[in-house]
Design a protein around this ligand. Structure first.
Ligand SMILES: [Fe+2]
Length: 466
């Protein structure tokens, strides 16, 4: 029988014995198998499961949300995603033979269309009822921007495929990538709501992994609207203020704005560097499937991005995968990948000591728990701002740099906060618009906000969507 160890006294030294971690992780948020709260929530959304470039002539064996699957493209070019084990006797369909229409199991030739319909059972008599009474479990699949997406949830709740503005930005080349992590999905995803780690991990604690500007301590602002959540970071560079506006969405979607900032040049609503989903294979491994956006607008004149380094387990930002670095290099200059993996196979929330730098992470966990609990309680999910049935989903992710010199009548931290909120308000106010009209409206509001915030009086926040 375990003996309870009393907690250490406040401020006690050499307290290791009394502060040992207990491996009781938060199963509601971290477990993703069939029937689990988070697993069922994830199954209500389209999820990327592979890069198109990784699917060759042979079936690809995958584990997604704890399910063994195979993905293939049949002879007529259609994608199929099925339970790995043949419904006949369970042989793995990664050994199957891809045919013009669907796939055949190698063991007895059972033949399945991409939707799981049994087309033939050639080892059975001609009039065998098995053709009509059996089916191979299959899931709907869609392909866009070099990624293959699947919907693993109940057919009656299948949402429209999210039609993101991010995939339709003019003058932008999209390059898909994947980053495998041998740990739970949540600690990978919630890194997106932890903007302060960039100051330390990516800048002050080792080398400058992105640009020096990231080492400046920002004023942060967090918020949420329905199933979407965002943060803004505002940093001062001389007379300029750089505001970075990033977003995540229930359950595992996120975007990050352009990377290569120096705060030196005015920018209005510069868009996205990466759009990504953190997709669990099981409870202790996941892959970020994403799309890197290359445009002159986002990469800037210095051209620090490198599309040749974007692909399978590779991104053109330091420390995003295990590839190409020794343990010693990771210890000397750790990046996101090793920092996140080092938390353990499943991060133990109950052993954390969270502070104000963790507000985004805490809010993200709270939002995910609310959605998972509501779904378990039988509530309809919604509103789904990311799953608009018609029209294009306007995402917010962007960088803005405005010329707003420090003011004698307002503490600079407060001014930075107001600039952040003004940028948020300008972007959110244009959600009903699309294309160039949206960009023009945001630019006009940003210019007006810069003008007002330079004046010696305070601007009231006016978030039009609450
Ligand atoms: Fe990071």
């Amino acid at each position: 029988m375990h003996q309870a160890v009393p907690p250490p006294q406040r401020g006690a030294t050499y307290s290791g014995y009394r502060t040992r971690r207990t491996p009781d992780h938060d199963t509601t948020l971290t477990h993703v198998g069939p029937g689990t709260p988070m697993g069922e929530l994830m199954r209500r959304y389209w999820q990327p499961i592979a890069r198109s470039a990784d699917l060759g002539k042979r079936p690809l064996r995958l584990t997604i949300l704890g399910e063994d699957l195979v993905l293939f493209r049949d002879g007529s070019g259609r994608l199929g995603l099925m339970h790995r084990h043949c419904t006949h006797r369970g042989a793995g369909l990664e050994l199957g033979r891809i045919v013009e229409r669907g796939i055949q199991c190698s063991l007895h030739g059972w033949w399945f269309d991409v939707d799981g319909t049994v087309l033939d059972t050639p080892a059975e008599p001609k009039n065998s009822p098995l053709v009509k009474t059996t089916t191979q479990g299959a899931y709907p699949v869609q392909e866009t921007a070099g990624l293959i997406f699947a919907y693993l949830g109940p057919p009656e709740h299948q949402p429209a495929f999210p039609n993101l503005d991010a995939f339709q930005l003019p003058g932008t080349e999209l390059v898909s990538y994947s980053l495998h992590y041998p740990c739970n999905w949540l600690q990978v995803h919630e890194n997106l709501m932890d903007p302060l780690h960039a100051v330390f991990l990516h800048t002050r604690m080792g080398s400058t992994q992105i640009t020096d500007a990231w080492g400046e301590m920002p004023i942060t602002e967090y918020g949420e609207l329905g199933d979407r959540m965002y943060y803004l970071t505002s940093r001062r560079f001389g007379d300029n203020v750089w505001v970075r506006f990033n977003e995540v969405s229930v359950p595992n979607f996120g975007q990050v704005a352009g990377f290569w900032q120096d705060g030196a040049h005015e920018l209005l609503f510069q868009r996205i560097a990466a759009t990504r989903w953190t997709v669990p294979h099981d409870d202790t491994s996941c892959t970020i499937f994403g799309v890197r956006h290359f445009s002159e607008d986002v990469e800037g004149p210095k051209g620090l991005g490198d599309r040749n380094r974007v692909g399978r387990d590779s991104l053109d930002v330091y420390g995003q995968s295990h590839g190409g670095r020794t343990l010693e290099q990771m210890q000397d200059d750790p990046g996101d990948w090793e920092a996140i993996v080092s938390m353990g196979s499943v991060a133990v929330h109950s052993a954390e000591h969270r502070g104000t730098s963790d507000v985004g992470v805490v809010r993200l966990r709270r939002q995910l728990r609310r959605y998972a609990d509501e779904l378990q309680a039988g509530a309809a999910l919604g509103p789904h701002r990311m799953a608009a049935a018609d029209g294009i989903v306007p995402t917010w992710t962007s960088n803005t740099v405005l010329r707003i010199p420090p003011r004698s009548d307002c503490p600079d931290d407060e001014l930075l906060r107001q600039v952040g909120r003004a940028v948020r308000d300008a972007v959110l106010a244009a959600d009903e618009l699309a294309g160039q009209a949206r960009i023009d409206a945001i630019h006009a509001r940003l210019r007006a906000a810069a003008h007002e915030l330079c004046a010696p009086r305070t601007l009231k926040s006016e978030n039009p969507l609450g």
